[in-house]
Design a protein around this ligand. Structure first.
Ligand SMILES: NC(=O)c1ccc[n+]([C@@H]2O[C@H](COP(=O)([O-])OP(=O)(O)OC[C@H]3O[C@@H](n4cnc5c(N)ncnc54)[C@H](O)[C@@H]3O)[C@@H](O)[C@H]2O)c1
Length: 332
């Protein structure tokens, strides 16, 4: 390589490095994304409040290996307390907003908290996007916005006006605020609707973790709604979808499903975990809570066209990776 082309290659690789403000950086999806961003040598300002919705020490362990990375700075605070001064005139290329209260059933117990974090917190992040003149706002939304009245496979242009849990309603409200800020301030916005994510560092309140944990320990598992199905999506696929959004050359306003597009019935899901763990589940059947949808199933035409994204990891491989991570932990 000539000296000039080496210099050009160096310059272009530097130009592709971004400064990202990532909220929820210590959580399940956030910490997996943080690994990827730092491995690609982007600079990340991570925000997390390490709340006790689930074990804060699990969240701390998720990001422990990055605390001495010079490209990573952690701001430990509630997103609602962030101020522009904390960013010292930093040029932020993109804000990836994943911090949220994320439990569908838990949102019924604490609807006001869910509203404060998921709606108020997103509004706060949109204000910061405007004030910091960040060039792209990427929002982690959810398939739950489709409710029970959307026909499958879910398409992004469905009305999504009948959410059945406070969580889903807060996510939809936050999406609408994203739309408003795009219209008012021309902020480029990409809304990603994630479909039941699973994998290493899984949130412990989610079925993949709970079932695996109980089967491994020989404890009974409560199953809600035998006929339900979910479009389980492996966390690395989700991370790749977020990275593809970050690399969009001219983002405007897009809503994009990130799902496996291959729904699995609850009993098939349990059978797959039984086969990964090598043990039979003890089942206790319960009625489906009113907050839980019957089915999720992503139409991913948008992701394929706009992001050139397709999920790569099938359920068997993904569960094996979750199991390998699980086996290294010390879950009591
Ligand atoms: N996991 C899924 O299947 C799934 C599906 C659809 C959408 N989502 C969305 O993806 C995002 C990440 O979900 P996750 O599964 O990684 O959840 P998670 O709970 O593991 O991660 C969220 C992180 O945000 C932090 N956080 C919460 N409230 C905060 C606040 N007020 N200030 C600062 N930090 C705060 C938490 O401490 C946590 O580390 C969420 O927005 C969630 O709604 C997740």
């Amino acid at each position: 390589m000539s000296q000039r082309s080496a210099l050009n290659a160096q310059r272009s690789s530097r130009q592709n490095k971004k400064t990202i403000l990532l909220t929820g950086c210590a959580g399940f999806i956030g910490s997996n994304l943080l690994d990827k961003l730092l491995s690609e040598r982007h600079t990340v300002i991570g925000v997390d409040d390490f709340n006790d919705y689930y074990s804060p020490s699990q969240k701390r362990a998720n990001i422990a290996q990055h605390l001495n990375n010079k490209n990573f700075k952690l701001i430990e605070t509630d997103i609602n307390n962030l101020t522009i001064e904390q960013f010292n005139n930093e040029t932020i290329d993109a804000i990836i907003h994943l911090a949220a209260r994320a439990g569908v059933r838990a949102s019924i117990q604490q609807p006001l908290l869910y509203e404060k974090v998921n709606v108020g917190g997103t509004l706060k992040m949109l204000e910061l996007t405007k004030d910091l003149k960040a060039k792209h706002f990427i929002f982690g939304s959810s398939s739950s916005v489709y409710g029970n009245d959307t026909s499958v496979p879910f398409k992004e242009n469905a009305p999504c006006d009948q959410p059945i849990s406070p969580y889903a309603a807060t996510k939809r409200a936050a999406e609408l605020l994203c739309c408003t800020y795009h219209k008012l301030y021309k902020i480029p916005v990409t809304i990603l609707r994630f479909f039941t994510v699973y994998g290493p560092r899984n949130r412990p309140d989610m079925a993949a973790f709970k079932f695996m944990d109980s089967i491994a320990k020989g404890k009974p598992i409560e199953t809600y709604g035998v006929g339900t199905s979910r479009d389980y999506t492996f966390v690395n696929d989700i991370v790749n979808g977020i990275m593809a959004s970050l690399n969009l050359s001219k983002p405007k306003f897009n809503i994009i499903n990130l799902g496996n597009s291959s729904p699995v019935l609850l009993r098939e899901f349990i059978a797959a975990i039984e086969s990964t763990v090598g043990k039979k589940a003890i089942l206790r059947s319960k009625p489906l809570p009113p907050s839980d949808v019957n089915a999720t199933y992503a139409d991913i035409t948008g992701a394929i066209t706009l992001l050139r994204w397709k999920p790569k990891i099938n359920l068997e491989t993904g569960l094996q990776q979750l199991w390998e991570w699980y086996a290294l932990q010390n879950f009591k």
